[in-house]
Design a protein around this ligand. Structure first.
Ligand code: AMP
Length: 212
């Protein structure tokens, strides 16, 4: 649950990394795609989200992070929400210059124990390689290596960028300036969800299509 927005936060990257760590059938199938910076096949990701949404309980509000990433996933999401009679209120697209994305992702470190993230330049740990929160070892994810980040940006251009036209044509796209500090970007997101510039009031589920 996101503590300020007050709705469930469902991130496909987190769900897939948990599947890889748990060595489930899905995790074994997804691992190689993820470490090369490629998209996990649509059928696997759509099935995973379909199951996750059915577990959502009586409160239908949620935010999807990192999904959909292809037009096929977006069409599948429309059918899933249609079956459950749930509206899609907003699609958020965070706009960040390429070189800034490379700087952010290549400096990111993730705790092997608690999953907390930090950044070697923007948010360095007190002791290099050690998580401030739990003392676990910090690692660089395979897909945060610079050559893999550049491969992910190519995948973005070919597979994910077409979603902006898809959602713009449905008047759902909210383009947000993703530069600046995490706190500044967060305030812009909240303003959009509260019906800020170009936005509509939130109420139901709020999936996001964020550039990554
Ligand atoms: P993320 O944490 O969102 O950056 O995702 C990490 C990796 O998980 C991506 O590079 C993909 O390999 C995979 N992944 C996450 N979400 C999706 C998705 N919607 N479709 C396909 N692959 C995904």
């Amino acid at each position: 649950m996101h503590e300020r927005i007050g709705i469930a936060h469902i991130a496909t990257g987190d769900l897939l990394r948990a599947a890889v760590a748990g060595r489930s059938e899905l995790g074994r199938a997804a691992q190689a795609y993820m470490s090369r910076g490629e998209l996990v096949p649509d059928a696997l990701v759509i099935d995973m989200i379909d199951h996750r949404l059915q577990e959502n309980g009586p409160d239908p509000s949620f935010m999807l992070d990192g999904f959909p990433r292809t037009v096929a996933q977006a069409e599948a999401l429309e059918s899933m929400l249609g079956r459950q009679h749930l509206p899609l209120d907003h699609v958020l697209c965070l706009d960040v210059p390429r070189e800034e994305l490379v700087r952010r992702l290549s400096g990111r470190r993730t705790c092997t124990q608690c999953g907390a993230m930090c950044h070697v330049i923007f948010d360095p740990p007190a002791t290099a390689g050690v998580c401030d929160r739990c003392g676990g070892a910090l690692i660089q994810r395979d897909d945060d290596r610079e050559e893999t980040i550049r491969a992910r940006l190519v995948v973005y251009d070919t597979s994910t960028a077409p979603l902006t036209a898809f959602y713009r044509s449905r008047s759902l796209l909210r383009e947000i300036d993703g530069t600046g500090s995490p706190a500044q970007v967060f305030e812009r997101v909240v303003a959009q969800l509260n019906g800020g510039q170009g936005g509509r009031p939130s109420g139901g589920p709020a999936p996001t299509a964020a550039r990554s």
